[in-house]
Design a protein around this ligand. Structure first.
Ligand code: NDP
Ligand code: 8X3
Length: 251
């Protein structure tokens, strides 16, 4: 059986790394992307007995580096079947009146523009071959706004809009487009949001059982294994303790 090639952005930790591990065991060849090259190498070494892995280190905010990295893929890695646009983070959790412009820039540049820059390089191959599957990792924050979520929520609302737009524009080419919208998943997400403050980050997940990265990876694999005539268009996943973006039952 020919293995499908899946490109995962943000594969150095959390949801992206868990997805790489699961897809490696399930007949995918992997292109793993992220800024931290040493982490990419560790994951590639870990998975090399399961599948072929190609790593690419670039910052998705840098359009030229993104284009160069993807355009210079070796010939046998160019026919990408699956694009998982996962790279992203929240930066800060401040009310709009005291928000930090560098944080706003980071969230819009990474979560929205970075997703577009990567997609711009991958979509033409999919339209030429008239097949492919794009999975955009949005968030419950792209479905509901919560206090102090302002710009992060806006960036994820944009991901939801782009997902819907991609599905319509790519429909004539038979390309599947899926939006996956997790609630609270314990990853490095909150450590990044709170700028390295691990104690503050850990309080986000206190008193309930959050989702694990592998829970999202499981849903991604399920989505990719659907029959050719089926697309899971839009999926929201909560931990059982979560009732909405801002409601969690804690002990
Ligand atoms: P992590 O912080 O664990 O992972 C984020 C990943 O994104 C890392 O691999 C990081 O790699 C990559 N990344 C961040 N900035 C850049 C950049 N400028 N260029 C390239 N890659 C970048 O968080 P999660 O796994 O939780 O996040 C993955 C996705 O899931 C994000 O889009 C997030 O918004 C979304 N999400 C997360 C939820 C949660 O509760 N954790 C819930 C809903 C959605 P590196 O630093 O090496 O570049
Ligand atoms: C990440 C989950 O609840 O912080 O998208 O918005 S949340």
């Amino acid at each position: 059986m020919t293995k499908r090639i899946a490109l995962i952005t943000g594969a150095t930790s959390g949801i992206g790394a868990a997805t790489a591990r699961l897809l490696a065991k399930n007949d995918f060849k992997l292109i793993l992307c992220g800024r931290r090259a040493e982490r990419l190498q560790l994951i590639a070494d870990e998975l090399k007995n399961l599948t072929e892995v190609h790593t690419l280190s670039f910052d998705v905010r840098d359009q030229q580096a993104t284009a160069k990295g993807l355009q210079n893929l070796p010939a046998d890695w160019k026919a990408i079947d699956v694009l998982i646009n996962n790279a992203g983070n929240a930066h800060g959790l401040d009310p709009i009146q005291t928000g930090v412009i560098a944080d706003w820039d980071a969230m819009i540049d990474i979560n929205v523009k970075g997703l577009l820059y990567v997609s711009k390089e991958v979509i033409p191959g999919m339209t030429d071959r008239r097949q492919g599957h794009i999975i955009n990792i949005g968030s419950i924050a792209g479905k509901e706004v919560y206090p102090n979520g302002n710009v992060y929520c806006a960036s994820k609302f944009a991901v939801d809009a782009l997902t819907k737009g991609m599905r319509m524009d790519l429909n004539p080419f038979g390309i599947k487009v899926t939006g996956i919208h997790p609630g609270m998943v314990e990853t490095e997400f909150s450590v990044v949001r709170f700028k390295g403050d691990e104690e503050k980050a850990s309080t986000v997940y206190k008193g309930f059982e959050p989702l694990k990265p592998v829970d999202i990876a499981d849903v991604i694999l399920y989505t990719l294994q659907a029959p050719a005539h089926v697309v899971l268009a839009d999926i929201t996943i909560f931990p059982t303790a979560q009732g909405s973006a801002s409601m969690v039952k804690r002990s």
